[in-house]
Design a protein around this ligand. Structure first.
Ligand code: ATP
Ligand code: MG
Length: 551
């Protein structure tokens, strides 16, 4: 049996019962994004749940754009969303669907409600409607237009559609109950006038249906069995059911609410993420620090690790917040098994081997994966001049520092034992070069006399190394529950433009997640490359933020 996408939860229990009782023969879900921004990690949970359930039960899942708010929506957003869903590895049944495909039918159902005396055209101003709605403690009051004859409402509604009235001059409202304890049931607006070009219907319509009216009907028209949504829609469920109970339609999907994904150090709101893009504090929706699917893709996260994370974020009725480190752990765990190892130096310090003949070089055999032989080996050039990591040398270090200090012997990964003789400094006292000697008997990294060294460091040949730019990322926000701009981490991006990479990598680096030994996982990013290759650090080897998350 193949592994399930979705772990058992209260929704799978509902589905199991519905299939067992014969209520449904097949599962049909949908993912209904509004094309007003890019998908983020929160949406991933909903995608993995809706598409995952359909896959697990051999049913179907629709991708339906909820395009009823034309002023914020764009074709580019819709395309980006499709790309993201496909990249995550899911397939929608049928063609891509749009709520706007149903505009004619939705209009017809609105007329049906009017004819039944269950909807009316309200000419009150938006302010008056708001003021008479009441609040949690005060009941609402009826609109003076509530009891106008159906024929009159129908006539006005048709003229609304025909464009006879200004935007906001009137609305169509369902006639339910202004005394209801549920504010959503207090004669909710179901249509409004809005002269706004629509991405699909152009200027055909100047009235648009509201979400609560169009969503349930679209679900029913598509034959959705389980309409899975986040908890904030629980209060809308009575309206969802009311609409479907009062129109002529032979399908009534079950709305089921689950807990949204909230993540530490992360904002999961398209509106707030859009602000970061608009203000230019990030490099677009796909900035590798963004919690968007496109950002995670550009950074080098894999679809499988993101799906694994979604699977771990349990589906319940209880709000929760998940540590961001859990996502990083999923990425790290996968890459640890799947990434070829290479050597790259982030902050290079020149090292000269004084007893290594000038002009000579040789090849060193290195393993591509220390735990997995199937990755094979590669040959690395080694010579008199190398680069090592600047902080692998420390002047006057104590005995616990196993890397270079005067007189200390250290292993260069897969190569030789080297002993540090002295450091050369510039006029400001900065170390600019290390002078070492090597033991020719230690090739491969062990000594015939059994002599042990404690430290092993990475290196590249100075003559053969490639110049690369590395981008190291930290949390975009530096507080656990960020509210917005004020919580940005000013040090979320560190650019290292003097880094050195072992030769032979760059030309094969497209779409490969590498482990730079000791330094983390890296992924080529061609978005802004000019002449120098750029690599993003996907994640470091160990979690350095775990402590803060526990606060
Ligand atoms: P945002 O506030 O980011 O705009 P949204 O809910 O308005 O989110 P939609 O495009 O309407 O965005 O979302 C599509 C689907 O994704 C909805 O069914 C919604 O419930 C779900 N979704 C959105 N955010 C989350 C989240 N953080 N966790 C789980 N599901 C989510
Ligand atoms: Mg929404």
């Amino acid at each position: 049996m193949t592994e399930k996408n979705v772990s058992e939860n209260f929704i799978t229990q509902i589905i199991d019962a519905d299939l067992a009782s014969g209520k449904h023969a097949q599962v049909h879900t949908r993912f209904p994004p509004e094309p007003n921004g890019f998908l983020h990690v929160g949406h991933v949970k909903s995608i993995c749940l809706n598409f995952g359930l359909a896959e697990d039960y051999q049913g179907q899942c629709n991708l339906r754009f909820d395009d009823t708010n034309p002023d914020k929506e764009s074709v580019e957003y819709a395309q980006a969303i499709q790309k993201d869903v496909e990249w995550l590895g899911f397939k929608w049944s049928d063609k891509v669907l749009y709520t706007s495909d149903n505009f004619d039918q939705l209009y017809g159902y609105a007329e049906e409600l009017i004819n039944k005396g269950l909807a009316f055209v309200d000419e009150q101003s938006p302010e008056q409607i708001r003021e008479t709605r009441g609040d949690f403690t005060t009941p609402g009051t009826n609109s003076p237009f509530r009891d106008r004859p159906s024929e009159e409402s129908l006539d006005f509604f048709r003229r609304m559609r025909a464009g006879e009235f200004a935007d906001g001059a009137m609305v169509l409202r369902a006639k339910i109950d202004m005394q209801s304890g549920n504010l959503n049931m207090r004669d909710p607006i179901i249509y409004r006038i809005k002269r706004q070009h629509h991405i699909r219907t152009g200027d055909k319509w100047c009235i648009y249906p509201m979400y609560d009216f169009s969503h349930c009907i679209s679900d029913a028209l598509e034959g959705i069995t389980h309409s899975v949504c986040t908890l904030e829609f629980a209060d809308h469920k009575p309206l969802y059911d009311w609409v479907l109970d009062n129109i002529t339609i032979d399908c009534h999907p079950q709305q089921i609410e689950f807990n949204r994904l909230n993540q530490t150090f992360t904002i999961t709101s398209k509106r707030k993420l859009n602000e970061l893009v608009e203000q230019g504090v990030v490099d677009g929706w796909d900035d590798p620090r963004m919690p968007t699917v496109s950002g995670m893709r550009r950074r080098g996260y894999t679809p499988t690790s993101i799906r694994e994370y979604a699977k771990k974020s349990t589906v319940t009725k209880k709000p929760s917040i998940i540590p961001m480190s859990m996502l990083e752990d999923c990425v790290r765990q996968e890459l640890n098994a799947s990434s070829p190892r290479i050597m790259g130096v982030l902050n290079p310090l020149k090292l000269v081997i004084e007893n290594y003949p000038e002009g000579q070089s040789e090849m060193i055999t290195a393993k591509n994966h220390p735990m997995d032989e199937s990755f094979g080996t590669r040959e690395l050039p080694f010579g008199r001049e190398l680069y090592i990591e600047a902080d692998d040398y420390k002047e006057g270090a104590n005995r616990k520092f196993f890397r270079f200090t005067e007189g200390r012997e250290v292993r260069l990964r897969y190569a030789y034992y080297l002993t540090c003789q002295r450091a050369i400094k510039d006029e400001n006292g900065n170390v600019i070069e290390l002078r070492c000697t090597y033991d020719p008997e230690t090739k491969g990294g062990s000594s015939p006399d059994g002599r042990k060294v404690k430290g092993t460091i990475h290196w590249v040949s100075a003559q053969h190394a490639d110049d690369v730019e590395l981008r190291l990322y930290d949390r975009l926000f530096n507080v656990v529950s960020p509210k917005g701009m004020d919580d940005l981490n000013p040090e979320s991006l560190l650019v290292l433009n003097n880094a050195k990479l072992e030769p032979g990598i760059i030309e094969h680096s497209n779409d490969v997640q590498y482990q730079f030994e000791r330094m983390g996982y890296f992924y080529r990013d061609k978005t802004h490359e000019t002449d120098k290759p750029i690599f993003n650090r996907i994640v470091n080897l160990r979690d350095s933020w775990a402590k803060q998350e526990q606060q």
